[in-house]
Design a protein. Structure first.
Length: 161
């Protein structure tokens, strides 16, 4: 019982430190925020993912899903597929539980609903994705998908085995 309390306290502390660091960065970059542009969205995603996930090569967009928001991309040399989404693993579990019928899982073909358990997951935020990551991400997303996103400050990268 005590270990569970300590774990929750540590998780809460980690989240507070994360939020403090993000707020500190936001204050420091106010001037830069006015001139944010993403000229080449595919190149922007390639740079961010290579920096945070150590994946290199020719990065290509394969497919886009709207609800929930998902981009499926591939590296042509290695054939490695990755899924980019603003949804965390917990949000995906809740989504899959909500749509628990096997028929609905396969009806729209959204890969988030059929992720394997051993998928590698990496969270990308302003802490590891770049100083203006949360401002550039919605612009790059819209540049590739043509769809606006209301609030997107973190990106989850799922590297399929």
């Amino acid at each position: 019982m005590g270990n569970e309390r300590q774990r929750r306290a540590l998780d809460n502390l980690r989240e507070q430190v994360f939020l403090w660091a993000v707020n500190d960065l936001q204050i420091k970059r106010e001037k830069l925020a006015r001139d944010v542009k993403v000229e080449h969205p595919l190149g922007w995603f390639k740079n961010v993912i290579s920096k945070t996930c150590n994946l290199e090569g020719d990065f290509q967009l394969v497919e886009v899903f709207e609800s929930p928001a998902v981009m499926v991309c591939t590296y042509s040399e290695s054939g490695k597929n990755i899924i980019l989404t603003p949804l965390s693993p917990d949000a995906i579990r809740r989504l899959a539980y909500k749509n628990h019928s096997r028929i609905t899982k396969f009806a729209d073909g959204n890969p988030l609903l059929t992720l394997p358990r051993n998928v590698a997951v990496k969270e990308v935020s302003v802490l590891n994705g770049g100083f203006l990551f949360d401002l550039e991400l919605p612009l790059a997303w819209k540049g590739l998908t043509g769809r606006d996103v209301l609030h997107m400050d973190r990106l989850w990268v799922y590297a399929l085995p």
